[in-house]
Write a protein that binds this ligand. Structure first.
Ligand code: ATP
Ligand code: MG
Length: 369
């Protein structure tokens, strides 16, 4: 999988830019606040049709602009793709195109162009709250499994609606009549989500374990444990069983949901534990161990993409290397030798020999000789 060229208009701080990318390492160098992360965000957007930084699409449109246009030419093993996204300020819906054919939704384009992002926040995957870990699982699954993206979007919509009902019911008691229907639909979508997550985490854990072991000189073993709704006995099991167990959990928490006016039952509270040689990383891991484990998780994610799609996803590395010591940098860089990579950094010292350097300056991108 390769990004051949990228063009932006009215996207973040890029009024207008066009770049031809090289097949190997593309090093995006520039001072702070010049547009390096914005560029990775644009590439990521054309892959997942969502920003990794914000859920509010309007933020992507350049200040004072009416619309943003993102286009990319992508080469895959089978075909060449022209991807284009138009985002509008105001109410007008975004428009997505592939080879000039307008698509109804992002679902139709999922998997066309796959990327794996690695950013400084990822070093926090194992330190921060559960939301970060859910995103870490959701983002790749949405790209790899269109059915997952659809189920998650529907579940999120239902969850927001149900939460509103729980809050507004004191004023409008008749809203409660709709709850059973919401619960049933959430149980069905929830079962789909749980099964996908459990299977993905099982594969991810096996690979991450291998990376971590190599990384730590075979001294530590990394394992992952999926934590979902407590009534679910086998999250990899059949959809009917999971769905039934989700209904049971909903019933046993119905009173508590009414009392707290919150949705307490369902996979929106999922999490996973990472254990290092059996000990919780979050509680006992050193900084270095936590980072090493986080990197192992990301490398595993990339390998799963490669196995699943038969193609190397494009890697987007935002400012990650600067956080690591030289030994760990070398380990990561060694793992990156294949495929196409976009790396942002402020200084080039160690890296210039890796590939093509681009200077990013106030929303412009120019190749350096
Ligand atoms: P750093 O090295 O600090 O991470 P960076 O080069 O990655 O910097 P970016 O995050 O890509 O910087 O770009 C930040 C700049 O983009 C900021 O100056 C910000 O004001 C500008 N910016 C962000 N959103 C928009 C927008 N919608 N319109 C115009 N400019 C924007
Ligand atoms: Mg940045």
């Amino acid at each position: 999988m390769r990004l051949e060229s990228l063009a932006l208009r009215g996207f973040r701080n890029y009024a207008q830019m066009q770049m031809d990318c090289c097949p190997g390492v593309n090093l995006l160098v520039g001072d702070n606040a010049q547009g390096k992360t914005n560029l990775l965000e644009a590439i990521g957007y054309l892959s997942s049709f969502a920003s990794f930084r914000t859920r509010r699409e309007a933020e992507l449109i350049g200040f004072g602009q009416d619309f943003a246009e993102l286009s990319a030419r992508v080469q895959t093993a089978r075909r060449e793709l022209d991807l284009r996204a138009l985002l509008f300020a105001g109410q007008k819906r975004r428009q997505l195109f592939c080879n000039d054919v307008k698509k109804k939704s992002a679902e139709e384009l999922r998997g066309c162009f796959t990327t794996v992002l690695f950013c400084p926040e990822d070093l926090q995957i194992l330190r921060a709250g559960a939301a970060v870990r859910r995103r870490f699982v959701d983002a790749p699954l949405c790209q790899l499994r269109p059915g997952y993206g659809a189920a998650l979007a529907e579940y999120t919509r239902l969850l927001e609606h149900k939460s509103r009902i729980l809050k507004d019911r004191l004023e409008y008691p008749s809203l409660l009549d709709t709850l059973p229907d919401f619960n049933e639909r959430m149980a069905r979508q929830g079962a789909v989500i749980i099964r996908y997550r459990a299977r993905y985490l099982r594969q991810l854990a096996a690979l991450a374990g291998e990376y971590h072991s190599a990384f730590s000189g075979q001294r530590e073993t990394l394992t992952l444990e999926y934590r979902t709704v407590s009534s679910v006995s086998d999250p990899c099991g059949s959809l009917e069983d999971i769905c039934r167990q989700l209904r049971e959990h909903q019933q046993s928490h119905a009173a508590a949901e009414l009392a707290s006016c919150q949705c307490l039952s369902g996979p929106h509270r999922d999490d996973f534990d990472a254990l290092l040689s059996g000990c919780s990383l979050k509680s006992f891991g050193s900084q270095g161990q936590t980072r090493t484990a986080a990197i192992s998780l990301k490398l595993a994610e990339r390998e799963l993409f490669r196995r699943d799609t038969g193609e190397e996803p494009v890697l987007l590395l935002d400012d990650v290397l600067s956080e690591l010591d030289a030994g760990r940098q070398d380990f990561v860089l060694n793992e990156l030798k294949s495929g196409q990579v976009f790396i942002t950094c402020c200084e080039t010292d160690r890296l210039t020999s890796l590939g093509q350097v681009f200077l990013v300056q106030q929303g412009t991108v120019a190749p350096m000789e």
